[in-house]
Ligand binder design. Structure first.
Ligand code: G3I
Length: 349
């Protein structure tokens, strides 16, 4: 056999083998998981988890099978981990970390500095600005050190700006001015040098004053050499209203030299939803995931919860719910299939 023929037959054998592998390896959409779909574009699929639900088998099964990253929905917040000054309760946070490690999942730590879910002793206490700065640094240092080496990314600072782009007038701003962000980031870096450090916010997914304020902050932190590695786009949307320019906005942030991630995705609908609403929701899941996979620096997409049986939405938005890709009976919705499709088929970078 001459060289050309030999090469030709090697190629056809390889092509046949590759085809067989594809046919064999590509699961039908119904068997595909979000985690496997996300992996085809080298992203993670994540979800916020509640360790109090770890004794519910269907919940645990989905949490394990569908997600390659997890975020504690509440378990790592300051009010939970230090309910009284100097009295710590790491049980829920430890449980979540153990779960993730047992299942080979990345952990997005959430969150270190925020204006909500702070312990009463902190919000109702009287502290000088210097004391508040020390309390914040000590908290960041303690929590980030405790989980050093286990956390893939920390939401170090959460929700810094108001809707008009002004700084949110919370206790941290009042005590330290805008510098609190850099101070917190530096404390987190010192405590866990291996974790990616994020600022996380909502209503920044579309161009506007809040998005521009955060953009300017990240740009200035970068110029100063402050340790900022990522921006989290929470993405709590009404189905049908996911922004059209999310990809461009994420790309603009990424161009500053940071990773970006969709950190808390849910798409609420009026309850009970009809088929049309669920289809509109599915289309927006595809839109948001499509935006992420089209931006090279977008590392993954996390939903804020696993199923409609446990979601913050009905408690915070009367008349709305059903915001997640699995329904109250843990069954996949059109949004689930749209998500799989978007992870596996969208234009990738
Ligand atoms: O733990 C208490 C429980 O003891 C009590 O019986 C019950 C009665 O209301 O409340 C329980 O605490 C609730 C807690 O969730 C745990 O379920 C709080 O009231 C409730 O306010 C709290 O809500 C959380 C919310 O953050 C607080 O702002 C949601 O679960 C959580 O999903 C939500 O998550 C935030 C992210 O951290 C940041 N981005 C926005 C996102 C949605 O608001």
């Amino acid at each position: 056999m001459d060289e050309r023929k030999a090469r030709g037959s090697r190629w056809s054998r390889m092509r046949a083998a590759a085809l067989a592998l594809c046919l064999f390896a590509a699961p039908a959409a119904a068997d595909m998981t979000l985690k496997a779909a996300a992996a085809t574009s080298a992203r993670y699929s994540g979800a916020a988890l509640d360790p109090d639900l770890f004794d519910e088998q269907p919940y645990v099964r989905l949490a394990r099978e569908q997600f390659s990253a997890v975020t504690p929905e509440n378990a790592m917040k300051w009010a939970v981990v230090e309910p009284m000054r100097g009295v710590f309760d790491w049980r829920a946070a430890d449980k979540l970390v153990a779960f993730a490690q047992a299942n080979g999942q990345k952990i997005r730590g959430h969150n270190l500095v925020w204006y909500m879910q702070l312990p009463d002793w902190l919000t109702s206490g009287t502290f000088t600005p210097t004391e508040l700065r020390q309390l914040m640094v000590d908290h960041v240092t303690l929590e980030a050190s405790r989980y050093k080496g286990s956390i893939y990314a920390w939401d170090v600072v959460n929700e810094t700006f108001a809707e008009d782009g002004a700084w949110r007038h919370d206790m941290w701003l009042q005590a330290m001015g805008p510098d609190y962000v850099e101070i917190a980031l530096r404390a987190a870096r010192a405590a866990d040098p291996g974790a990616k450090l994020y600022i996380n916010d909502y209503n920044i997914e579309s161009a506007g004053p809040k998005m521009r304020a955060l953009y300017d902050l990240v740009a200035s932190l970068k110029r100063k050499g402050a340790p900022i590695d990522g921006v989290g786009f929470e993405s709590h949307f009404v189905a049908g209203k996911a922004p059209d320019d999310m990809r461009e906005v994420m790309q603009a942030f990424a161009n500053l030299g940071v990773d970006v991630a969709v950190t808390e995705l849910d798409l609420r609908v009026k309850t009970p939803p009809d088929a049309k609403a669920l289809d509109a929701q599915a289309a927006d899941y595809a839109k948001v995931i499509g935006a992420c996979v089209a931006v090279k620096q977008c590392v993954g997409v996390s939903t804020w919860g696993v199923t409609d049986a446990h979601s913050w939405i009905p408690f915070f938005f009367a008349g709305y719910g059903a915001a997640l890709p699995f329904d109250e009976n843990y069954q996949p919705k059109p949004a689930f299939f749209a998500a799989i499709d978007a992870f596996t088929r969208a234009e990738r970078r």
